[in-house]
Write a protein that binds this ligand. Sequence first.
Ligand code: HSE
Length: 407
Amino acid sequence: MTKVAILGFGVVGSGVAEVITQNGASIAEKTAQALELKYILDVRDFPDSPFADKIIKDFAIIEGDPEVDVVVETIGGAKVALDFTRRALAAGKSVVSSNKELVAQHGHELLELAKANGVSYLFEASVGGGIPILHPLSQCLTANKLSEVRGILNGTTNYILTHMIGTGLSFEEALKEAQARGYAEHDPTADVEGLDACRKICILASIAFGRHVYPNQVPTKGITQVTLADVSYANAAGMKVKLLGRALRQGDKVMAYVAPHLVRDANPLAGVEDVFNAITVRGNAIGDVMFYGRGAGKLPTASAVVADVIDASQHRKTSRYLSWSEGGEDYVLGTETLKSQWFLRLNSSLKELECLGNVMPLGRPGAPEEEVGVITEAMTQVELEKRLGGRTPLSVIRVLDESADLA
Ligand code: HSE
């Protein structure tokens, strides 16, 4: 019997309680590990919850209870959650987390602490919600030299973009719907400004390339400046606008960033809709492999958390597979040297854009006469700015390059 404590009874924490309780018998049958939920820590009261008798407010009770083997941290943020995670690991308890902010900022330190205490720190649910990605990346693909990890890493923004494209909803309307469905972060700024995707690409890059990549090293742009006009030009050209996180190996360094991209319809990432996420990993033996599924939501995320709880309970008093080294100030490169084609929307004439070199003009229904949309040839951002010579486009979006050779 493995006794579990959940920290934080929000969307994910309550989903974990439900999955452990409702699927308890089948989990015990399949894994020979019975799970028992002993405590739920939260500052709030939940008198009407079926779990009301498990709610406590003092973390020291969990910390000091030798019966608790696994602590599930679904508090979020990097303050209280950091303190409780350190204390739980130091007390010899494995910790399972869905908290991408904490892992992206303190993953290396917490993994080392887990190892020093002979327990596990597992966080499959922190990237891609219910999609198994961290385990395959750190185990099943180890034989490969990986060259890139790229993906749609945020369900809320993908939901918004899908509904802007499909039903012409405004950004605000689509965001409200995503929040009502429980996909968005407590503060949706983290979703729409790309911070959530940034944290996730940091975790993926750290596992894929073996050294910690920190959020402040990753240039990040969200979708707040993407307009219905951009989406419409992209559609007319057989492309979709998608928010992508990318991490690319560059010799012994890494380049990582988050930004909206135009993705050609032929690329499977273009067909990833609503709250679904997808992550493509490129390795020199396997080529491209793609992971797809529900990237947010109560039960999909709880599914990944409970799988980690089972894993930790099956490997008590030993540290499970995850680890990476410390990063470093000069480890992560900026995107200045990354060439791509660019989508530009400008108030200009095509004639005035000869300075850009060869461009492919695009059209969209209802475009104002003075507006043009074009796709440039491949060049770096520095080169693009030089050629624009001080002109400020209404929109500038990278086009995803699919032709890059395998490493
Ligand atoms: N707010 C996140 C998203 C939740 O929309 O993807 C899952 O990490």
